[in-house]
Design a protein around this ligand. Sequence first.
Ligand SMILES: NC(=O)c1ccc[n+]([C@@H]2O[C@H](COP(=O)([O-])OP(=O)(O)OC[C@H]3O[C@@H](n4cnc5c(N)ncnc54)[C@H](O)[C@@H]3O)[C@@H](O)[C@H]2O)c1
Length: 337
Amino acid sequence: MMSLQGFTVLVTGGAGFIGSHIVEDLVTASARVKVYDNFSFGLRDNLRPIAKHVEIIEGDILDCATLERAMRNVDFVSHQAAQLEIFRSTDDPLVDLQINTVGTLNVLKAAKRSGVRKVVNASSACIYGQVNGPTSEDHLPVPNWAYGVSKLAAERYARIYNDYQKLPVVNLRYGIVYGEREWYRRVLTLFIKRAVDGKPPVVFGDGLQVRDFIYVGDVVRLHRLCLGNPNANGQSYNVGTARATTIQELARLVVDASGLGLQVLQEDVAEGAYSQLVPDKRRNSAELKMMLLDCSKAKRELGWEPQVTLLEGVRREIEWVRHNLARWQRIHYSEVV
Ligand SMILES: NC(=O)c1ccc[n+]([C@@H]2O[C@H](COP(=O)([O-])OP(=O)(O)OC[C@H]3O[C@@H](n4cnc5c(N)ncnc54)[C@H](O)[C@@H]3O)[C@@H](O)[C@H]2O)c1
């Protein structure tokens, strides 16, 4: 893969879960790395092992002056900063729109002004909304959540910069990304936390919803390929495994990976209601019945394929959580009341 020696890469949201893995990879590729994060959700701990190799700029993507200063002499931008709390996006779509759409526009504008060579933009499979089978990149996007609308709009602005402003942009539509340093509130993390605490996972409802889980290390490899390959410019790529996993299967898999011989519990929780068995956890509303990505385009055009199985990835995440339990003490909701 392309060496990044001599190049400077700015990673927005670089203190977050996926961003910190990207930063680590860029440091390994000998790039000079700037992290741009407002630390609303990101953690300095995520960068601790590589902190002396990166420049950390505490800034907001809504603060154009700071962003433009940070963007000086930058060759590539990896845009990972976003608001991705679904309840917040539902309760206050304007905040979501500001951070995810206006924030992305600010990043694109500053990148263009500074003569950046390429922006890789983190998008989401949430742009597709409800689907009935494996979804390819040309599927009509009909988001079910305001979050998906804000990410879709961001992608479209990015495409305009690519097509008409001579700023190459690649959109990566992530499925459910998991792995070490994941934040605590989604289903896999709830299952893992309970298993690590010696408690059985709790499946809400029938657990037949399908998800496409992708290990963070596989995402990072595709991200680097996109930075280096001009064929990716202007393209959107699904980033998943094309493997359908039901929530029931996921619960079983966590039990198997933990090796504790636990049972799987089931609880009837209405969408939007709080669980009785899992403290502080509210079930998402307008839940997706299926998220499953056809990822053949990234394979065909960039030679990328996921390498880490769900079982192996979950084992790695469990191992990480066992050593970092303090990070996962409570579910943090940023609900606007
Ligand atoms: N994790 C997933 O499964 C998933 C799935 C689809 C898409 N994505 C996208 O991937 C990207 C990274 O997600 P993640 O899971 O690492 O989330 P994360 O919350 O761990 O990382 C986001 C980072 O952005 C920072 N941030 C938030 N608002 C900011 C602002 N206004 N200015 C500057 N920094 C700000 C946060 O502090 C955090 O460090 C996001 O764009 C998200 O929409 C993630």
